[in-house]
Write a protein that binds this ligand. Sequence first.
Ligand code: VAH
Length: 346
Amino acid sequence: MRESAVLITGANGEVGHGLIRGLSAKNSATIIALDLESLDEKLRPLCAASYVGSILDAQLMERIVSRYQLLEIFHLAALLSTRAEFTPERAHLVNVEGTHALLQLALRQGSWMAKPVKFLFPSSIAVYGLPDLETKRGGRVKEWEWTKPITMYGCNKLYCEQLGRYYADNYRQLAAERAKVTVDFRCLRYPGLISAETLPQGGTSDYAPEMIHAGARAEPYDCFVREDTTIPFMAMPDAIGALLAMADAPPERLTRRVYNVTSFSLTAGEIRDRVVSAFPGARIDFRPDGKRQKIVDTWPEDVNDDAAREDWRWTPRLDGDTAFGDYLVPEISKRYAARPPTPTGD
Ligand code: VAH
C-alpha cells in the first residue's frame, strides 16, 4: 500500500523553504521534497523523504510514485526570468516540458485514486507585457489583460497556465470515452517575492531582495533598474499563506484556475529608503541595465487581485511597511548576526 504524500518540486528554492515549513506546521502531511540540489539540512526533518534529481527524469519520478500516492503536487521547479533569458531552450525544457510531464503524472495518479490530484502552480506577473510606461502606470491589471510576455520565462509560465487549464477542464475532449478524473489545477500569479531566509535565485525582480541583503551586509549594491521603477511585491510569509489558502479552498469556491495576488507596490527608490533607514551601512546606487530595465518596464505597477479576495478570502498580512519592519529587517538582521556573511555573500 503506497503512503499518501505531498510532492514539492524545486523544494530547496526560495518558495520551497517557506512552503515546507508552512505545510509541516499546518498539518501532518507526508512531504516529499525533490530538487536538483540536496535539501537544506534544516528542512530535512520536516520531510518524509527528499530526492535529488530532475523533474525530467522519468525513472526518478516513477520511483517516487511507486512508493508514494501523490495527493497534491506543489510544482515550484523552474528557471527564473534572468537565467531563462541566457538559456531559453533549457528554460523551455524545464519550465514547459517538465510541467507537462508532471501534469501527465498527476493525471495517472488521479485515475488510480479516482480523485483528481491537486496541482499547485506558481505563475508570475512575468506573463504580462505592458506596451509602454503610460499603460504600465494605468492601474491594477486584471488576469486577462496584457498577457503578452517578452521573456521566455513569461512565455513558459503563460503557456503552462493554459496547459494546466486544459488538463483540468478539456483533456482529450473529443475522445469517445473521456477521462473520468483529470487534474485539480490551481495557479497563483506571484509578484516579486522577497524572502529573509534565502538569497535571490536569479530573477529580474530580485533587485529588491539583493538590495536588502547587500544593505544588511553593509556591502555596496548597484541597482540595475531606475529609481522610479515600480512593480508589485510580496513578502515570503504571505506568498506561502496565499498558496496554502488557495490549495485549501473548496473547489466550488474557485471561479477561475489562475489568480493574481499581490501585497504592495514600491518604487526601487522606496525600497532603497527602507533599506538605508534599517541598515545605516547600506550603500546603494542606481545603475540601470537597459536590457533588464526593458523587461521590468513591461511588468505591471499593480495587479487586480479581487478574484482571489472574493473566491478564497485572500488578504495579505504584510504591507510595504510591516513587510520591512516586522519581517525582513528583523529576520535578515538575525541571519547575519548568527552567520556573518562569507566572501561569496552566502
Ligand atoms: C523573476 N522572481 O524575477 C521572479 C518573478 C516577477 C518575477 O517571477 O523571474
